[in-house]
Design a binder for this molecule. Structure first.
Ligand code: BJW
Ligand code: ZN
Length: 289
């Protein structure tokens, strides 16, 4: 029998209140209201820039100058951005003291594909009003599966040094190049010696994000959480990039429920139990309150 899809917020809240192992799988739409461009769709970055030159290890090694300018631009944009109401709703829901009023005795982890760090900032803000019970929770609250924009990673395998670095600009040679990126007129010739270097061994450094063909991070933990989840919220993702694209499907196959929050239709949303079309910065605060 065909499943009837619901758009009823109260019916969703009833399911939420009975769920015990809740996960959210988020994508670029979560940060759209914070002024961070998405990748696909109208205005998406992969419409204007070549993903294969900028978001693959091969593209980086071919031309680290172009790649670093793109990630410098992304760092500058993220540095100026603030969490929006959707990040804040997820941040508050991560605190047991708040969540247990909505979904008693449940666990919750946010699995995000975003690299901008805004969910972490929102959680830090929520933790400012946390109770002791909130602080003692051991389970991971946020898993940034595509890495972090502000991690800078050594390209030398023997070194492997990774450093969290929010410096703006990350090096003198990149200063002002964000305007060239905006105009899609990047300079392909910044000498390697002038690009970010490893602070330990001085080899060329790279952004600490996960590119196409690379293994996402925290996969073991994520697979464990997906395997036991009884509710999966899919927030602001086109659900076209693997492995994140399959998590909702796995939860559904295991008998769990899926709720999609997206501005527009997305891959596989016809199979979700709940579909809330609209800006997640509006739908999510209502759903998680
Ligand atoms: C709103 C909104 C609002 C807007 N409110 N909503 C063929 C078949 C199957 C797989 C493959 C294949 N060929 C290659 C692969 C593997 C590849 C892949 O999936 N490719 C596909 C393109 C086909 N995947 C990989 O290589 C991954 N690694 C991997 O598979 O390792 C092997 C392995 C893993 C596990 C088990 C076994 C083996 C790595 C993928 C790395 C992706 N990297 C990027 C760049 C990261 C760094 C950076 O940020 O620059 O990650 S690409 C880009 O896409 C970025 C994103 O995280 C990712 C997902 O995009 P997202 O978030 O969904 O954004 P959009 O723009 O697509 O969608 C935004 C959505 O928001 C839209 O739906 C809007 O409607 C919505 N929206 N405003 C609500 N206000
Ligand atoms: Zn190094």
């Amino acid at each position: 029998m065909m499943m009837q899809q619901s758009h009823d917020m109260q019916a969703f809240k009833d399911v939420l209140s009975k769920s015990k192992h809740i996960i959210a799988v988020a994508g670029a739409g979560l940060s759209a209201a914070s002024g961070i461009p998405t990748f696909r769709g109208a205005g998406g970055m992969w419409r204007k820039y070549n993903a294969m030159s900028l978001a693959t290890p091969e593209g980086f090694h071919e031309n680290p100058s172009l790649c670093w300018q793109f990630y410098h631009y992304r760092r500058e944009t993220a540095n100026k951005a603030q969490p929006n109401a959707a990040h804040n709703a997820l941040g508050a829901f991560s605190l047991p003291s708040i969540r247990h009023l909505i979904a008693p005795e449940s666990s919750f982890t946010l699995i995000t594909q975003n690299v901008d760090g805004l969910s972490v900032l929102a959680l830090e803000k929520a933790l400012e009003s946390a109770t002791d019970a909130d602080l003692n929770v051991e389970q991971p609250k946020i898993l940034e599966m595509h890495g972090r924009l502000f991690d800078v990673k050594c390209t030398k395998a023997e070194c492997g040094h990774v450093e969290f670095n929010r410096t703006s600009p990350i090096c003198a040679a990149l200063q002002g190049t964000e305007d060239l990126v905006e105009a899609n007129a990047m300079d392909p010739d910044i000498p390697r010696a002038d690009l970010p270097r490893c602070s330990k061994c001085n080899a060329l450094a790279r952004p600490g994000v996960v590119w196409f063909g690379e293994m996402p991070v925290h996969l073991d933990t994520i697979e464990g959480l997906v395997g036991r989840a009884d509710l999966c919220l899919v927030v602001g993702t086109s659900s076209t990039v693997y492995p994140a694209a399959v998590y909702a499907e796995v939860v559904a196959e295991n008998g769990g429920k899926v709720a999609v929050f997206n501005l527009d239709r997305s891959e596989g949303d016809e199979d979700a139990n709940f579909l809330f079309l609209g800006p997640c910065e509006e739908t999510l605060p209502e759903a998680l309150s």
